[in-house]
Design a protein around this ligand. Structure first.
Ligand SMILES: NC(=O)c1ccc[n+]([C@@H]2O[C@H](COP(=O)([O-])OP(=O)(O)OC[C@H]3O[C@@H](n4cnc5c(N)ncnc54)[C@H](O)[C@@H]3O)[C@@H](O)[C@H]2O)c1
Length: 416
């Protein structure tokens, strides 16, 4: 039995949730850090019979004895936390997004190169059963060359559901522009086809003032939907819908190739459809096959974990990279490209869909163009030339909506 990998978890929400998968994959939780008193209280209760250390300060936490960190603090603050952890000698698994500004992307790549620790990007959607099966089919070569793909992630929510996710109007989920949370949609396309985006054109449906669910929960963004039309490095196009609030909860992936296509998504109960034209069908092969993919052999245990089992694989591949070395399954270059479409896509949308580069940070000369690009939509850092959260400008939340949300959030925190 391999020695356990000692684990610290930064973020007692999603981060703590990943501990179960991590422990199935040979990690041993030693410490949790979160400055939210209710969340820390909940974690302390859960691990009362174990010797776990609890911290509210990240620097203090990093002085604890562990080998690896799950970075699951605010989505807009992962890069600096990951860099600090690697500088302190720890391997890092970072939640989505990899970075919040293009300059952070450069710093992150350079930190991975400098410190030589494992950086694994915990984008989990490529590891849903259907996406794993599509990757297997694509990589067998039977469907030919990738031409066109679609990736969607749609998650509408009521104010009562947002109370769990949003702490208030300053929380990133209240103000992060709709294109940014894009890796759940782009990740599967990249991992199935092995391609990388090189250009993005972004378009956004503006904030829906008629949607009664939009105000409460302090939503200040164009959260209906956006499209990032991405050109991939093999010339294929991928139509990516970052986290949208359309009334059609679920996710979708479609991959069209020059000898056939495959897709799965909302409304089909997880069924994968693989299609070939009659003239492309090898003898004895059905034009359409519909089936529920099973887990790859040896991975049946994944089904017990979150996001349809996909959560199991992130800590699996993180542990594998730590123990065996080599390129992590989702490395820092993939992570920064996957995340950059959301940042560059917002720049594009603010310019009517103009094409924007998705840089390859492997190249030194490309890094130089972005080294000082701190352009970002954080209201707390707003200055001339930086964007607001909506393409419409500033969206005000009514006092009434805010009061309703605040009361519900308070009740939720008291119950933790
Ligand atoms: N891959 C997935 O399916 C998935 C699902 C949910 C969340 N996430 C990601 O996980 C991350 C965490 O999300 P979440 O849902 O837990 O919500 P969240 O972003 O509110 O959680 C962040 C936690 O970090 C803590 N924190 C932030 N800054 C801190 C600091 N300086 N010191 C101490 N604690 C600090 C906060 O108190 C909070 O509990 C986000 O990046 C989100 O995108 C991914």
């Amino acid at each position: 039995m391999a020695e356990k990998i000692k684990l610290g978890v930064y973020g007692a929400g999603r981060g703590e949730y990943l501990v179960a998968s991590a422990e199935l994959n040979g990690f041993e939780l030693t410490a949790i850090c979160d400055y939210s008193e209710p969340l820390l209280r909940r974690a302390k209760r859960k691990y009362a019979d174990r010797k776990i250390a609890f911290y509210s300060d990240y620097d203090d936490f990093l002085s604890h004895d562990f080998d690896a960190v799950i970075v699951a603090n605010y989505a807009t603050e992962h890069a600096d936390a990951a860099i600090k952890a690697m500088a302190s000698g720890r391997h890092v698994m970072s939640e989505c997004m990899a970075m919040f500004t293009m300059a952070e992307g450069v710093r992150l790549v350079e930190a991975v190169e400098r410190y030589g620790k494992v950086y694994f990007f915990a984008e989990n959607y490529p590891f849903m059963r259907q996406n794993l099966e599509m990757a297997r089919l694509y990589q067998s070569g039977d469907l030919g060359r990738f031409l066109y793909g679609e990736g969607e992630y749609i998650h509408p929510s009521t104010v009562d559901q947002r109370v769990f996710l949003v702490s208030g109007p300053k929380h990133w989920r209240s103000w992060l522009p709709v294109t940014y949370y894009c890796t759940h949609s782009m990740g599967p396309v990249m991992l199935i086809t092995g391609t990388t985006p090189v250009q993005v054109n972004g378009l956004i449906v503006p904030h829906d003032f008629d949607d009664a669910g939009n105000g409460p929960g302090s939503i200040k963004i164009d959260d209906c939907m956006s499209i990032l039309m991405c050109t991939m490095d093999n010339g294929a196009l991928a139509k990516i819908m970052p986290c949208a609030k359309l009334k059609d909860h679920g996710n979708r992936c479609r991959i069209c190739c020059n000898k056939g296509s495959m897709e799965w998504g909302q409304g089909h109960d997880g069924i994968l459809r693989v299609h070939r034209e009659p003239f492309d069908c090898p003898e004895g092969t059905a034009r359409n096959s519909y089936y529920h993919p099973t887990w790859p052999e040896g991975f049946e245990i994944a089904g017990s974990q979150g996001h349809g089992g996909a959560d199991y694989f992130t800590t699996h591949y993180f542990a594998q990279a730590i123990r065996e070395g080599g390129k992590p399954k989702i490395d820092v270059y993939m992570a920064t490209a996957m995340t950059a479409i959301g940042i560059q896509g917002y720049k594009s949308a603010l310019q009517g869909g103009a094409p924007m580069e998705v840089p390859d940070f492997r190249k030194q000369e490309v890094r130089e163009r972005y080294r000082h690009d701190e352009w970002n939509p954080d209201p707390a850092r707003h200055r001339k030339g930086y964007p607001l959260s909506s393409i419409l400008g500033k969206i005000e939340i009514s006092e009434e909506s805010l009061a309703l949300f605040t009361a519900k959030r308070k009740a939720y925190e008291e119950g933790l």
